[in-house]
Design a protein around this ligand. Structure first.
Ligand SMILES: Nc1ncnc2c1ncn2[C@@H]1O[C@H](COP(=O)(O)OP(=O)(O)OP(=O)(O)O)[C@@H](O)[C@H]1O
Ligand SMILES: [Mg+2]
Length: 318
């Protein structure tokens, strides 16, 4: 059986504009129609789940249609929320006269590269842990980026680093305890936050690295640059123990496309298709034609998803 039927968490990734959101939406529709309770999560700031399903999709679960729920999360808002929570955590631990400076430092850290990704990753982790039991399938319209992959793939480092922080924190707290509370333990909110993060990361890692639970799909179009970029991404993930379950080759010019111009392009495209088969020998392929128009309605999405479903059920490797 195709892994896609078994795995409960799927990430759909790929370069800009290749059809990630459309593919993720089509897949969610396939699952929902099979009777699986499905959640599709978009992290795209220019969301289009709402356009496709003609519903306002919130940043919490929103009912879309039978068996299908959607959620749109905004990396900027996640990052702001995250920063606010960090500020809340230091409140009461820092002298009032210092608070402004501390906030300034936190704000500076929040504009550092990777901060938005870290906040987004944190939210993705929470969604997985909170919704895993309720939904049969959760689809993320986003690939883990380099930064996330590193976060996931350095468990030892993460573990050691977190343990070090926890250890130091505990020492500080023990000192306070002696000083302030006659040896009675005092509560340490930062220690608790670190502890929670540690166990949260450990839990999600085991979920994401379990290939019978989690899958990664890449979308590409048969053109030179997307092929090369996909090759790099697949390699990077492989290096960190994350396997790709399949490639969706989207926007293939249909055979019946008429006109000399299109036929010429189609010949060129055939070469790229051959290149894809040569480069990704161990991958499963799903081939989706270029439709006459954009996929901006449920009817069109149905056509797209039917093509997809047939290939998943057909179980062909190529
Ligand atoms: N097979 C197809 N035939 C025709 N149009 C398509 C096809 N696949 C996707 N599209 C259209 O191409 C555009 C880009 O698709 P989509 O938004 O899914 O890409 P994306 O990879 O999610 O883009 P972004 O990187 O901006 O998030 C959309 O207008 C979509 O309707
Ligand atoms: Mg998109």
């Amino acid at each position: 059986m195709n892994e896609l039927w078994q795995q409960s968490i799927l990430f759909v990734g790929g370069k800009g504009g290749v059809g990630k959101s459309t593919s993720a939406a089509a897949l969610s529709l396939v699952f929902a129609k099979k009777g699986w309770k499905t959640l599709i999560v978009s992290t795209d700031p220019a969301h289009n789940l709402g356009d496709i399903f003609h519903k306002k999709v919130k940043d919490t679960k929103t009912y879309l249609l039978n068996n299908l729920w959607g959620m749109e999360i905004n990396p900027q808002i996640e990052s702001d929320k995250y920063i606010d929570s960090v500020k809340m955590n230091v409140k009461g631990l820092v002298k009032a006269s210092m608070i402004e400076e501390v906030h300034r430092q936190i704000d500076m850290a929040s504009s550092a590269p990777g901060a938005e990704e870290a906040a987004l990753f944190d939210r993705i982790v929470s969604i997985i842990l909170e919704e895993k039991e309720e939904f049969d399938k959760i689809i993320f319209d986003t690939a883990p980026t380099g930064h996330t992959i590193r976060l996931l793939s350095l468990p030892e480092l993460m573990g050691v680093w977190m343990d070090g922080m926890l250890e130091r924190r505990k020492k500080t707290n023990d000192n306070y305890t002696q000083l302030l509370n006659d040896g009675e333990p005092v509560e340490d909110p930062i220690y608790d936050v670190l502890q929670q993060r540690r166990s949260k990361f450990a839990k999600v890692r085991s979920v994401l690295l379990n290939t019978s639970v989690t899958g990664f799909l890449f979308v590409l179009i048969p053109e030179r640059l997307p092929i090369l970029e996909t090759e790099k991404a697949v390699e990077l993930m492989g290096k960190h123990g994350l396997e790709i379950n399949g490639l969706i080759i989207n926007k293939i010019i249909p055979d019946e496309a008429d006109g000399q111009f299109l036929q010429k392009r189609k010949r060129q495209e055939k070469e790229y298709l051959r290149l894809i088969e040569k480069k990704f020998t161990s991958q499963r392929f799903y081939k989706i034609p270029l439709f006459e128009e954009d996929i901006h309605s449920l009817e069109r999405l149905e056509a797209f998803s039917q093509d997809f479903r047939q290939q998943v059920e057909g179980g062909t490797k190529k």
